[in-house]
Ligand binder design. Structure first.
Ligand code: GDP
Ligand code: IMO
Ligand code: MG
Length: 409
């Protein structure tokens, strides 16, 4: 059975936590997109792990994890992460595989990423990890895949610094290489989780272009770039927060205008610990954007939603969510393609009553306050998609499952 777990907003929705939770019942976890731009956090009994390249199934001793074809992999960052895990007692040897079709991030890419940002009149706010350069070279057919590292003719085309780096790392990478298509065919009866990075609105095709990342963070990416065909995806879970965050630049219709001390924006940032895992940047905050969420659900065939960070609203008397945009006087319910339209979009907000008590200890849906369930019911109706899981805190245990995604319907 193949389940995709992807972000349904602008990243950092809690994908790592959800993949870790669901991986208890999986055999294999495959990360299908992105690179060291991602930061996926898992908290188990107060122990916090921040993963960037390694799939979020790694913390169970018996799972195999695979870095998929759609990823762009910086070997230095990967081995630093693996060594960090080993120091904390996570034995990863023999169970971290890398698709031999995945692309390698070379040292000059990071430099060029920063140079390109500096030259942009409107910078994207990239993470500076060489991600855009790696995907651009992949598309222009000048990239280097894991399978190419032994090909001296291929390396001869590279800048000397990059070629030396490729030769330096290949001996450590090659034993981990796998033909992902053949591997998943051989394990066709396994329970496989496909872990996305970034989110629907940072996807190169369906996101808020050009303020996006460069990979396929859409559900379709799990197929082409995860090693299976599109019809083998059994379920797509879209993870979203009770509100919205965004790091980096670009339009954000529901962003709070007031970010001064004591504002709701700062309250949510502090309560939700909304600081980037990879860059430490404060995340921009705003109300839930249902126009964007429904767009994400449709473009990705999301069949179940996973709501996270509901606990962050525990102390609010009331809050709002965006149900339409007003763009230069026009009422719009479809997520616009044009950045200018998105920038001009004023959210039409609907008000909800808060529950004013802690839900951190809730473990069953019925334990959630009626106001919280009303909010969820409204989201389900608007997006026309059931919310099958609710997260009420960062810890693995703080998870409510209404319907297990592993159950075939
Ligand atoms: P990812 O990139 O989608 O994996 O998400 P990140 O790890 O970048 O950001 C999510 C942050 O929220 C992390 O600090 C998590 O530990 C935390 N988190 C996840 N789920 C919840 C939740 O339900 N409530 C709260 N308060 N924090 C959560
Ligand atoms: P996870 O997987 C949030 C954003 C960057 C920037 C834009 C392009 O943790 O959800 P890049 O370095 O990829 O060229 O930057 O994309 N971005 C993310 N924002 N979560 C992420 O990953 C992100 N990965 C990239 O901030 O705006
Ligand atoms: Mg993140």
């Amino acid at each position: 059975m193949n389940i995709v777990v992807m972000g349904a907003q602008w990243g950092d929705e809690g994908k790592g936590k959800i993949v870790d939770y669901l991986a208890a019942d999986a055999g294999i976890a495959v990360r299908f997109s992105g690179g060291a731009n991602a930061g996926h956090t898992i908290v188990i009994g107060g122990e916090r792990y921040a993963l960037h390249l390694v799939p979020s199934g790694i913390l169970y001793p018996d799972k195999t994890v695979v870095l998929g074809t759609g990823m762009v992999i910086d070997p230095e960052a990967l081995f630093a992460e693996l060594e960090g895990l080993a120091e904390r007692g996570v034995d990863w040897r023999g169970r971290v595989l890398i698709s031999d079709r995945a692309h390698i991030v070379l040292p000059s890419y990071r430099r060029r990423d920063k140079e390109m940002e500096a030259a942009r009149r409107r910078p994207i706010g990239t993470t500076g990890r060489g991600i855009g350069v790696a995907y651009a070279l992949k598309a222009s057919r000048d990239g280097v895949r894991l399978a190419d590292l032994g090909d001296e003719e291929r390396l001869a085309n590279l800048e000397p610094e990059d070629a030396a780096f490729a030769r330096e790392w290949r001996a450590r990478l090659e034993p981990m290489a796998v033909d992902l298509v053949a591997y998943l065919r051989a394990h066709r009866n396994a329970y496989v989780l496909f872990e996305g990075a970034q989110g629907a609105l940072l996807d190169i095709d369906t996101g808020s272009y050009p303020f996006v990342s460069s990979g396929m963070s859409c559900a379709a990416g799990a197929a082409a770039q995860g090693g299976i065909g599109p019809r083998r995806i059994d379920r797509v879970l879209g993870v979203f927060k009770a509100y919205t965050t965004r790091v980096g630049n670009g339009p954000f219709p529901t962003e709070f205008a007031d970010d001064s001390p004591g504002s709701l924006s700062q309250y949510i940032r502090e309560t939700g610990n909304e600081y980037g895992v990879t860059t430490g940047r404060p995340r921009r905050c705003g109300y839930l954007d249902l126009v964007a969420l429904r767009y994400a659900a449709v473009t990705n065939s999301i069949d179940r939603l996973v709501l996270t960070h509901l606990d962050v609203y525990d102390e609010l008397d009331e809050f709002e969510a965006c149900v339409a945009y007003r763009i230069r006087g026009r009422l719009v319910e479809d997520f616009p393609s044009s950045v200018r339209d998105l920038e001009d979009a004023e959210p039409v907000l609907r008000r909800f009553t808060g529950w004013k008590r802690s839900i951190a200890a809730a473990r069953a849906y019925e334990e959630l306050p009626r106001e919280a369930r009303d909010y969820i019911a409204f989201i389900e109706e608007y997006v026309e998609t059931p919310v099958s899981m609710v997260s009420v805190g960062s810890d693995r245990a703080q998870t409510i499952v209404r319907e297990s995604p592993w159950t075939r319907s």
